[in-house]
Design a protein around this ligand. Sequence first.
Ligand code: SF4
Length: 361
Amino acid sequence: MSSDPVVELRDLEVHFEKDQGLLESVLNDPDVVGAVDGVDLTIGEEDVVVLVGESGCGKTTLGKTAIGVQKPTGGSVRYRGQDIWDAKRGDGDVPFEEIRKSLQIIHQDPGSSLNPNQTVMKTLEAPLKKWQSDLTQADRRDHIYGMVERVGMEPATDYAHRYPHQLSGGEKQRIALVRALLMNPDLILADEAVSALDVSLRIEMMDLMLELQAEFGTSYLFISHNLSNARYLAQKAGGRIGIMYLGEVVEIGSAEEVLQNPQHPYTKVLRWATADIDPEDEVEDPPVRAIDIPDPVDPPSGCRFHTRCPEAREVCTSSCPSLEMSEGDGHHAACFRQNPDHEYWESKELASEAPSLADSD
Ligand code: SF4
């Protein structure tokens, strides 16, 4: 990762009011869901970060906030040093439109993001007309044909006149990728962009995205619930994996470090649940004290993972560990066990309801 950040998140917080019935909303204060809490993340030039976590952990909200689609309720989001929401209010040095053009998104379901009534050519011409208005129609079309062929859809003249329903899922994702790249973006948020594809197509699409990263000099923020995909992307790109739990990033580092040397007990759970990470390293029982994910409206006190953590001690129920972003190997985990001098080690163990992983450390 270069030292020049493209996007910087500092102490980011995104809270939502939960929908309530009319009577409930009159009688009670609204329930608040803390989708993202206290996240720091820096994405550099040509960087790759893959956020992984269970459904509802806040990874999509974090991604959308990083590209200026979702407004944070606290903390800051900066694009090349410019606060995105100051820019949106017209209060910045970089125009908001330029920021939005530089921060693109590819959705999980391109069927819903491609206009069903527009041909591929119309879909791809629109952003070029807006952002490169000096191009003639012939130049614009040549550029689009070149990009469509670059993503493996040949002959481009045939595909250009198709509607989305005449494309396969993989072809729609390729068109969504072309549309994002036509903006020459600094960062693409790929939100579960390959999860709906068959395994063989998934690998092809991930390879293509990484190949084009080098050509276009863009960075990626991938969102995935699949640790195998995360490993493939982060390992191949030399990027990082960030593990999210209940709105917080609890571990981050290189694919190798996070998966071969996990430090946070929750990362060990995800790794346990992904058989193909290391089939020889089989542990039969899930390394958690409880299977159920706590209610995000009322998250546990202290460390949010303490209700499920097999290593939890009393101090974990009242104190909250932070993700120490120290210098060094870039591998960080938000767990008291990281600090050999922490009072955790003197604290009383909580009653164990499932086998502990202490022996595997
Ligand atoms: Fe488990 Fe405590 Fe570490 Fe949280 S701080 S992950 S509860 S050991």
